[in-house]
Design a protein around this ligand. Structure first.
Ligand SMILES: Cc1cc2nc3c(=O)[nH]c(=O)nc-3n(C[C@H](O)[C@H](O)[C@H](O)COP(=O)(O)O)c2cc1C
Length: 263
């Protein structure tokens, strides 16, 4: 059976997971959510099996994933719908919100999986090397083998969630409050003196939220909080307030820069 996977990714973790699932499932089309938002009006599915792969941000999801769901036509008839939320140990109530939003489009989320990946949240980043992340990548690979079997069998699975406290406080209270100002959180971004005006941040922003003015990036307040600009700046000169100076930057090592541009 043909599968279509829609994905959004900041630093490549969710893209890597989506690519791996595509290979494991076979006969699968992989579509960036950014492309759907730019090019499609209403979304009509051409597969019976639909997957959504996205990262957990602030115990919820970035606005583009919500916008994508709102564009799904209510006339779609889907046999099996699954989602994978990549996160760094706190999926909280993110997949439950996704399930509710899909329900409002007439779709049932049959399975919602949490996959632990390295942290892209630079503020709480520990000093790593790609080498010491290898056990984490091995664990996620093993998990994806299990997940792909469940998807192939079209199993109905419990939607994965964090503790009650995480769901109520982190998702219910913090995410829901912050989601009102999500696009404006880029007001906390700036560059330090190391900026060389290379323009890479402008080129790689998935939603064209950055323009270079007089050689410096300016954020346009339609931010997805993916932290791609912070993590990929070649001079590590993009900072979140003064909280990221000297902190380790991350990009999924299996994903090339080209795979992220315009996606
Ligand atoms: C702004 C921001 C907020 C995040 N919030 C959470 C969170 O609430 N829970 C969690 O487990 N991980 C959180 N993370 C970590 C990401 O979910 C995780 O690293 C994910 O795999 C990133 O995927 P991507 O590379 O496809 O963007 C956050 C990362 C960022 C940049």
């Amino acid at each position: 059976m043909k599968t279509t996977i829609y994905y959004f990714s900041g630093t490549g973790n969710s893209l890597k997971v989506a690519q791996d699932l595509t290979k494991k499932l076979g006969n699968t089309e992989l579509i960036p959510i950014t492309k759907v938002i730019k090019e499609y009006g209403e979304i009509l599915f051409s597969s019976d099996r639909i997957g959504i792969v996205y990262p957990v941000y602030i115990w919820g999801m970035s606005p583009i994933v919500s916008k994508f769901i709102k564009k799904i036509s209510k006339t779609n008839k889907v046999k099996y719908c699954f989602a994978v939320a990549t996160n760094h140990t706190q999926v909280a109530g993110s997949l439950l919100i996704l399930a509710n939003r899909l329900h409002s489009r007439g779709l049932k989320l049959s399975a919602g999986f949490s996959v632990i990946m390295p942290n892209s949240y630079t503020l709480s980043q520990k000093q790593h090397s790609i080498d010491n992340l290898k056990p984490l990548f091995a664990a996620s690979e093993k998990r994806l083998n299990e997940i792909s079997l469940l998807i192939e069998n079209e199993d109905e699975c419990k939607i994965e969630r964090g503790s009650l406290k995480q769901r109520i406080i982190n998702t219910g209270f913090i995410y829901h409050s912050v989601s009102l100002i999500f696009p404006w959180l880029d007001m906390r971004f700036s560059t330090d003196n190391n900026c060389i005006s290379c323009g890479l941040c402008e080129e790689i922003c998935p939603v064209q939220n950055i323009v270079l003015k007089n050689g410096s990036p300016v954020w346009l307040h339609k931010c997805e909080q993916c932290f791609r600009c912070i993590n990929l700046c070649p001079k590590q000169s993009i900072q979140y307030k003064n909280k990221t100076t000297g902190k380790w930057r991350y990009k999924n090592p299996s994903i090339k820069l080209d795979d992220l541009i315009n996606k």
